[in-house]
Design a protein around this ligand. Structure first.
Ligand code: OGA
Ligand code: NI
Length: 358
């Protein structure tokens, strides 16, 4: 069985040890370090799309179309948006965050029972990628498979806090519904059949997994990142961000823009497979997470991915003589292997696959 190349160190333990200087293995090269702006410059970026999804569930065709247009612009220009009125209960969102906060507050030896390995990544982890000597991110996480049902393993889900399994099940179920609605909206906007993307992802065999990220306090946030720059390799991600600290940054036209929290929103991100399938009409969001010296934080990322052995390629309807296929066909499993071995690398992987247009 594949294992980690070095002894796993829990970032939370480093943080709680009270050290003033972070270990070298977490210090990013100067070009990757975050730039912290003055508090006054942290106002919400005026263009970050905030989309009310209410009318996506409703019957009014004009309002429905208007919502589709907004989703369309966001997915083409940004690769992500804040969703409000998304149908997931706010109270459930709060409970989901709290139950994972409580999990990460448990003693280390309880959490260690769930220690993960790079074969499936399921469980309690502290690194992405298996390269010895890699520069690591300032975070721990918990990773769980949710769909297809056959991949779900109840014993991998924490027994403590006592309501954890129940809350995970309830939260995931609601987020899956939202995901299906969004995939339909995206398919329709791209001029494909409503079920196109979901079917291309394997229909009932579509994969879903949950990664709960824990970002411990960091004594030197200017030297490291909670999660290095990457785009999510799969289909779409529905992210429940940390509630009161702006940590997420998205790259737009070369600049890193801080995404301030919008109350009760969920963040929808386009992943690489939708960029591929849309033949780059949609763009996947390049994003990263900065850490904070005063507050730790928890976020829940639910990933919706193609069944791993399905071949992904641009939809034929979106390929023409004027717009030839930009990407070669490849199984999702093969595509994802890069991230699982090397860890986050911006959008380099996807860019490297692009054919050079003549
Ligand atoms: C991720 C991710 C962002 C966050 O888990 O892929 O980008 O805010 N998370 O935790
Ligand atoms: Ni991500």
């Amino acid at each position: 069985m594949m294992s980690w190349p070095e002894q796993v160190v829990r970032v939370q333990s480093l943080s709680e040890s009270g050290m003033r200087a972070i270990p070298n293995q977490y210090i990013k090269p100067p070009t990757q370090r975050p730039v912290f702006k003055l508090a006054s410059q942290f106002d919400r970026h005026p263009d970050i799309p905030v989309i009310d999804l209410h009318n996506l569930f409703g019957k009014d065709p004009i309002l429905h179309l208007d919502t589709l247009r907004r989703i369309s612009t966001a997915c083409r220009d940004w690769g992500f948006f804040h969703a409000v009125n998304h149908g997931v209960s706010h109270e459930l969102m709060r409970r989901a965050r709290q139950v994972w906060r409580d999990f990460f507050s448990l003693p280390l030896q309880v959490k260690q029972e769930y220690a993960n390995a790079p074969t499936t990544y399921e469980g309690y982890g502290s690194r992405l990628g298996v390269e010895k000597g890699a520069i690591l991110d300032w975070s721990d996480y918990f990773f769980l498979h949710y769909l297809p049902v056959s991949s779900r393993n109840q014993s991998k889900c924490p027994e403590q806090p006592s309501c954890c399994r129940e809350v995970v099940a309830e939260y995931s179920c609601e987020v899956v519904k939202l995901c299906r609605t969004l995939l339909k909206a995206m398919s329709t906007d791209l001029g494909l059949k409503e079920e196109y993307i979901e079917n291309a992802f394997g229909g009932d065999d579509m994969e879903a997994s949950l990664r709960v990220n824990f970002y411990p306090k960091c004594p030197q946030p200017e030297l490291t990142l909670g999660l290095s720059s990457h785009s999510d390799p799969g289909g779409i991600t529905i992210l429940l961000p940390d509630r009161d600290v702006a940590r997420l940054q998205v790259r737009k036209d070369g600049d890193w823009i801080t995404v301030n929290p919008v109350p009760d929103s969920l963040i929808v991100m386009v992943g690489d497979q939708i960029q591929v399938m849309s033949n780059a009409i949609y763009t996947s969001a390049e994003h990263r997470v900065v850490v904070n010296s005063a507050k730790d934080g928890v976020s829940l990322a639910m990933f919706f991915n193609p069944k791993s052995d399905l071949v992904m390629k641009p939809a034929e309807e979106l390929v023409s003589e004027e717009r030839p296929a930009l990407y070669d066909a490849m199984t999702f499993e093969h595509y994802r292997r890069h991230m699982r071995m090397k860890g986050p690398c911006g959008k380099a992987r996807l860019e490297s696959l692009k054919f050079n247009s003549p």
